[in-house]
Design a protein around this ligand. Structure first.
Ligand SMILES: Nc1ncnc2c1ncn2[C@@H]1O[C@H](COP(=O)(O)OP(=O)(O)OP(=O)(O)O)[C@@H](O)[C@H]1O
Ligand SMILES: [Mg+2]
Length: 457
């Protein structure tokens, strides 16, 4: 059986009015056409087009037509500015119809593509071109696999499923070359029962997922906080009496008469350890109590730059011991924030401690403040330390999550920071790359008029 002849590429040259040519270019772009802008009819002929299109002013149509005839160009379309000629009208109506759906297609916020059976993008909207950061002319006609890159596990390419197995699906995940988490909806395009290709929608759901995650995290933290506060309270009382007894035993054990007895020789040392460990437990418990029931906030107009500077001063000695450099990049004329200064200072110190602990000698830390376009104020603490493993990232705000050796970290630092910042109506976010460093950003609202009757002083 003879193979069907391959459809030839339709080469179209465009000449004349630039704006008209622009419109045509966007309208005609498709896998089967090659568009060339030319300067004059002679250049059009040299390009050997299947069709030469000229845009001429109404009174210039005649002259262009003569030139075209003189050069002997094969298929030619000379379009004037009015619609008197039926050819121009027909074309105008066809173009208008295409422009209508293309306009609707392009007005959609979510990236959309029509992919043919071979995997070639037959149509795409501007949102897709924007998301891929490339001109629409290089999107249409390209292989979708080359455009989007490989699907990143666990996403199994739903477009391939649509094309190969003829199933319409929705899946969520990432593609190598398309930023963000995408909800991919694949619908089958059928004509007379045969699948011609698929329509693909690639909705960006990154923001939504992140919000859900944060909501989930806040809810979990609130539960744990309540629980922790209860348990801490229960433990606090017996711990206090154990501590008192240990201290008085320690005093008695220092009696030289006891020290003379061999069996009692180690008592002062053991009792000192017991006292110290109880003291450590009490520190953890008060941190827990603070976390569960943040003390009443004393909110005042506060200068975040000044708080950052004083936190930097406080860790100055520690920085020198660890041989770390700290730079401050503070925005000028930063609006003041409504905040409990003690609590915010506590947050800054906890974040600086984490950054220092993650960074090897010779490393760099920075504190940066800036006003966001939303009017909110952001403070970022950056380090070029160890970074956080991707698997750990969702857990760092959880109480007791720590990667530090036993006895060195309580794992409450970030949980408390989270409680304080959200208690201020703010947000705290972490960006981290293992081996490269971490940036923790705290976003707070500027000092504004009271929020409502409940907020009145
Ligand atoms: N800047 C950072 N760089 C790398 N890892 C970090 C950073 N900040 C936090 N982490 C990770 O998050 C974990 C939790 O931090 P968090 O401050 O809550 O507790 P911690 O520092 O381990 O203990 P504590 O704050 O009580 O000393 C840390 O153990 C560490 O693995
Ligand atoms: Mg910490």
């Amino acid at each position: 059986m003879a193979e069907a002849p391959k459809p030839a590429v339709l080469r179209i040259t465009l000449q004349g009015d630039e704006r008209a040519a622009d419109t045509w270019e966007t309208l005609l772009v498709s896998p089967g056409t090659e568009l060339l802008r030319v300067a004059d009819p002679a250049a059009a002929r040299a390009a050997e087009p299947s069709l030469a299109v000229f845009f001429a002013p109404v009174d210039g149509v005649g002259a262009v037509a003569e030139e075209v005839a003189r050069l002997g160009l094969p298929s030619t379309l000379v379009l004037g500015g009015d619609h008197a000629h039926p050819h121009t009208r027909l074309l105008h109506d066809l173009i208008q119809a295409k422009r209508d759906w293309q306009g609707a297609f392009d007005a959609m916020v979510d990236p959309i593509a029509v992919v043919d059976r071979r995997g070639i993008v037959a149509r795409a909207n501007l949102a897709l071109a924007r998301a891929l950061d490339r001109p629409i002319t290089t999107v249409v006609g390209a292989d979708y696999r080359a455009l989007l890159g490989s699907p990143l596990p666990p996403l199994a390419d739903p477009i391939a499923r649509g094309l190969e197995e003829r199933v319409a699906t929705t899946a969520e995940g990432r593609y190598e070359r398309l930023p963000g988490v995408r909800q991919v909806t694949v619908s089958l395009l059928e004509t007379d029962g045969a699948v011609r290709g698929v329509a693909v929608e690639l909705k960006d759901v990154s923001e939504l997922r992140e919000q859900q995650l944060r909501l989930h995290q806040s809810a979990r933290l609130a539960d744990v906080g309540l629980l922790a506060a209860g348990v801490a309270h229960e433990i606090n009382t017996p711990l206090a009496s154990i501590g008192l007894r240990a201290e008085s035993l320690l005093r008695s054990a220092q009696d030289p008469r006891l020290a003379a007895i061999d069996a009692f020789k180690n008592f002062p040392r053991y009792l000192a350890t017991i006292s110290e460990e109880i003291f450590r437990c009490k520190r953890i418990i008060s941190a827990l109590l603070e976390f569960g029931r943040p003390r009443k906030q004393e909110v005042t107009a506060s200068d975040l730059n000044a708080l950052a500077t004083s936190a930097a001063d406080l860790v100055g000695h520690e920085l020198r011991v660890r041989r770390l450099a700290l730079e401050l990049h503070l925005a000028e004329a930063l609006p003041s924030i409504r905040a409990d200064q003690g609590q915010i200072r506590q947050v800054l110190l906890a974040l600086l401690m984490n950054a220092m602990e993650a960074t090897a000698p010779g490393g760099h830390l920075a504190i940066e403040t800036r006003v966001l376009p939303s009017g909110r104020i952001a403070l970022t603490i950056r380090d070029d330390g160890s970074g956080i493993a991707a698997a750990d990232l969702p857990r760092v705000f959880s109480p007791f999550f720590t990667t530090k050796p036993v006895g060195q970290g309580t794992g409450l630092g970030l949980a408390i920071c989270h409680g304080i910042v959200t208690g201020h109506g703010g947000e705290i976010r972490i960006d981290s790359r293992p081996g490269q460093g971490t940036a923790v950003t705290v976003e707070l609202g500027p000092e504004g008029p009271p929020q409502g009757p409940g907020d009145a002083a």
